[in-house]
Design a protein around this ligand. Sequence first.
Ligand SMILES: [Zn+2]
Length: 334
Amino acid sequence: MDRPMKRRSLALGTALVALAAASTVPATARADDPPMVLATIAMIANVADTVVGDCAVVDLMMGPGIDPHLYQASASDVQAFQQADVILYSGYALEGQLGEVLAAMEGRKPTVAVSPTAISPAELISVQDLYGIDPHLWMDASLWGQIAPVIAETVGEVAPDCAGDMADRAAAYQDQLAALHDWITASIASIPDSQRILVTAHDAFAYYGRAYGIEVAGIQGISTESEAGVADIRDMVDVVVDRSVPAVFIESTINPRTIQAVIDAAAQRGQQVEIGGELYSDAMGEAGTAGGTYIGMLYENTITIVDALGGTRAPLPDILVPWAETWDIDLAAN
Ligand SMILES: [Zn+2]
């Protein structure tokens, strides 16, 4: 049934790639303008913003609520790719529909897949599907911190005068993320053993689970490109009922109906399950909110999980207090 639709979007994609390849517009309009860095996802854009400071302007392609697995480039996106001086994307097929457009940009300007560039193969989680590697690396703060020096180095190619400052900021930011990592570990450890299981709509939390010691179970696979089936939902209901899971979680980029189906089916089998809250999985919150920062994404996810599963929040480390104060976060609640 979906054949004609697929063919049409494929044709559009091919046209956009041709458009991208045909352009001869110079990347930088004026030499005294700060370079433009274009990031596909907010988890990269916010780290880049922190690292580059005033040395560059960072633009984000996919805003809050956008699912990168499904995202297709529009004509204005292609224009943004053309105008950028540096392109940063995640890689490992996260931006599955952008592959050809990104390939067309390589060789024309610094175009870097930050995950494969920054993170060593030994630290990756392999998966048995078309992806091969689970791309959701931002769920582990210490791993994702490794993209900061890569960004400093990449932007340093177009802003060499700033390279030293950017390297310093990248190192300082990595220190903050190391403290965040420890705080998440301590907070998750407070959840009672039997309830330390994270049930979500899709498999975005494997790195989070490995890093912070919580079992994870997603109804759908790594990508959201195929829909969850009846068997996927039934399997998850078995887990929820067998383990007496008190809460399951919805994701900001994914329709909550599969999670609701699990809750309804569990109720029919006598197991009351609550929605523990909404987690950021593949996108962050609105700009200008705590959840619109990378630190805030993991912070808010963690307090949502800890509160719903019966844990207690660990005291926030001193190095993160300035961040918390920026966003009026009540430290007494930690
Ligand atoms: Zn995902």
